[in-house]
Write a protein that binds this ligand. Structure first.
Ligand SMILES: NC(=O)C1=CN([C@@H]2O[C@H](COP(=O)(O)OP(=O)(O)OC[C@H]3O[C@@H](n4cnc5c(N)ncnc54)[C@H](OP(=O)(O)O)[C@@H]3O)[C@@H](O)[C@H]2O)C=CC1
Ligand SMILES: O=C(O)C1=N[C@H](C(=O)O)C[C@H](O)C1
Length: 255
């Protein structure tokens, strides 16, 4: 994702990339970030050192191992922060929320316009079908590339959270099923994480009833929807008051 953010941001005349940060053991450290992204040099070398110069906004697509330092650095220097990284621990989520008391933060498991719009639709379907005769079964199937290290996806969990809000507090989250599971209960949302090849991300939300079903499916063709969403979020965030924002705020889809 870092490469796609660099590629798209370097084509945007309103932006200047001042730093591209990775960890110390990245073998491409010291090389030009534009070249690493597959483009012309941009005059910014990949580094593990936080920039000295003034920075308007930081975009984080990394791994949970990297997020603590990123939050701390942004808070210390009062830099607005866009967090796209998923799989954060509860402690890291709490740390990020605390950072939102001090700096503006956009935090979203998917920066994609289509995904966020589908989240709105899914919440509306859940609200409408909550009391449907015969009951409602919600299952979330996500597919991603084989390199993904967290499961289920942050997006699948967010879909589940938004749907559960409509179905009520007794909703349980069930991850996969195996063996003598017994009959499915009405009060559960099932999650299924598929890992295949280079899939850039696909989510299917199944709303099953007796006699018919609805399936909402949203699929990326490539990863640029996330990179361009993160760049849009970064531009939107500059100059905002401190607080935690999400992509509904950025896209003007009211929550
Ligand atoms: N919100 C959204 O729209 C999206 C979110 N994501 C999330 O973004 C994250 C990144 O995804 P992706 O780019 O595919 O993952 P990658 O593993 O390809 O990239 C993670 C990057 O972080 C670097 N990194 C790892 N550890 C550290 C560290 N301690 N300090 C600094 N840098 C570090 C890695 O370096 P190295 O390769 O050298 O180990 C790598 O460059 C994931 O959590 C993913 O789920 C992804 C797409 C969309
Ligand atoms: O790792 C990925 O690739 C993606 N991760 C995010 C997630 O966990 O939801 C967003 C997107 O689906 C791609």
């Amino acid at each position: 994702m870092g490469r796609r953010v660099v590629a798209l941001a370097s084509e945007d005349n309103s932006l200047q990339i001042v730093s591209a940060i990775d960890h110390e053991s990245n073998p491409r450290r010291g090389q030009d970030a534009g070249v690493i992204a597959g483009f012309a040099p941009i005059g910014v070398n990949l580094t593990s050192v936080w920039p000295e110069e003034e920075v308007d906004v930081v975009i984080d697509f990394s791994l949970p191992e990297a997020i603590d330092r990123c939050i701390e650095n942004c808070v210390e220097a009062t830099i607005p922060l866009v967090v796209a990284t998923t799989g954060l621990s509860e402690a890291q989520q709490a740390k990020l929320k605390a950072a939102g008391e001090l700096i503006p933060v956009v935090w979203a498991p998917s920066m994609s316009l289509a995904v966020n719009l589908t989240m709105k639709l899914a919440a509306e379907v859940a609200e409408t079908l909550d009391d449907v005769a015969g009951g409602l079964d919600v299952e979330i199937i996500e597919r991603h590339h084989r390199f993904k290290t967290d499961a289920p996806s942050g997006t699948a969990l967010k879909f589940g959270e938004l749907i559960a809000k409509k179905l009520g507090p007794e909703t349980r989250h069930v991850h996969g099923r195996e063996g003598q599971t017994g009959e499915r209960t009405q009060s559960e949302i099932g999650y299924h994480a598929v890992r295949v090849g280079d899939n850039p991300g696909e989510h299917t939300i199944v709303f099953g009833m007796l006699g018919e079903r609805i399936e909402l499916k949203v699929a990326a063709s490539n990863r640029d929807c996330y990179a361009s969403g993160a760049i849009a979020a970064a531009k939107w965030l500059i100059g905002r008051p401190k607080g935690i924002y999400n992509m509904f705020d950025v896209l003007g889809l009211d929550a």
